[in-house]
Design a protein around this ligand. Structure first.
Ligand SMILES: Nc1ncnc2c1ncn2[C@@H]1O[C@H](COP(=O)(O)OP(=O)(O)O)[C@@H](O)[C@H]1O
Ligand SMILES: Cc1ncsc1CCOP(=O)(O)O
Ligand SMILES: [Mg+2]
Length: 264
């Protein structure tokens, strides 16, 4: 697999505007900085539309279910200014009001990338799933079918994360087999991945968003793998810091060497 967007991020230092949840705001900002992007966190109604005149990517994350109006306003301005919008429906299956808000964002906005775990994507696809808050929960549905269905319905690129990440535009499917079981043991690792996707599509042409998202998820999963290498399975605090270090350290050459990606 050929990588080309990681170096572009480091060259261009894209500004990624995040309207995210309070749990992960600081960690996401640090992760974007480590990668080579420039984070801006704001949910103020007076400025979120204006920010789309100079930002390269917009992340909307519903994790703490706040600022829905700001997300709509920012998303509409981003669409008008050709700024790619990444939606992270964190915890969207937990309550009815989250489901409604997620559907509104998907219907009202042109979402370039929808990044979530299996439970979140199953909830959007209306497939029966035992959702567990912001964690992926358990279910019997075929996750490739779920991801493809949602990608087609909303004409977007779905990045469904888990032990194997599934990236699809509804037709093409990439599976990323990299990662570490330490990822789901720290809070914010999925949310930071959403922000990382925004940085990658922020330096890509629209026609190549699929490839940019595959690259984003692969680089990220490998950074986690490298961070976990010297750690035991209980060193979750160290993993959270080591992941930031690896996002700063990882090169296209290293990613190419370690990537385990298959296409269907
Ligand atoms: N069991 C696992 N083994 C390896 N990697 C994992 C595992 N679970 C999640 N990941 C990785 O963790 C990152 C965050 O995904 P995930 O934990 O699914 O997000 P979320 O926090 O939204 O549930 C992704 O890069 C994914 O590949
Ligand atoms: C714990 C929690 N509660 C609301 S948002 C959030 C953070 C979830 O982070 P992630 O989805 O990346 O694990
Ligand atoms: Mg998580």
């Amino acid at each position: 697999m050929q990588f080309k967007y990681l170096n572009l991020i480091r060259e261009r230092n894209p500004l990624v505007h995040c309207i995210t949840n309070i749990v992960v705001a600081n960690y996401s900002a640090n992760g974007l900085l480590a990668l080579g992007a420039s984070p801006l966190m704001s949910a103020n109604l007076d400025e979120v539309a204006e920010i789309q005149h100079f930002s390269q990517g917009l992340l909307l994350n519903i994790g703490t279910f706040t600022n829905v109006e700001a997300k709509l306003l920012a998303g509409k301005a981003a669409n008008k200014n050709s700024v790619p919008v990444v939606l992270d429906p964190a915890g969207c299956g937990a309550t009815q009001c989250r489901k409604n808000a997620t559907e509104t964002l998907l219907n009202e906005l042109d979402i370039a990338v929808l990044r979530g775990n299996a439970g979140e994507l199953a909830s959007i696809a209306k497939v029966d799933w035992q959702v567990k808050g912001v964690d992926s929960g358990a279910g019997n549905g075929d996750i490739v079918d779920i991801a493809k269905k949602v990608a087609k319905q909303y004409q977007t690129i779905v990045a469904l994360s888990g032990a194997t990440d599934i990236i699809t535009d509804g037709e093409r499917v990439a599976k990323i087999h990299n990662g570490t079981a330490l990822f789901p043991r720290i809070t914010g690792s999925g949310c930071l991945l959403g922000a990382v996707c925004a940085a990658f599509v922020g330096v890509a042409e629209e026609a190549d968003y699929f490839q940019a998202v595959v690259e984003a998820c692969t680089v990220y999963a490998i950074a986690g793998e490298l961070a976990a290498k010297p750690l035991t399975e209980t060193q979750t605090g160290s993993f959270s810091i080591a992941l930031l270090d690896q996002l700063a350290e990882i090169s296209e050459e290293k990613a190419q060497q370690l990537a385990r990606v298959t296409y269907e």
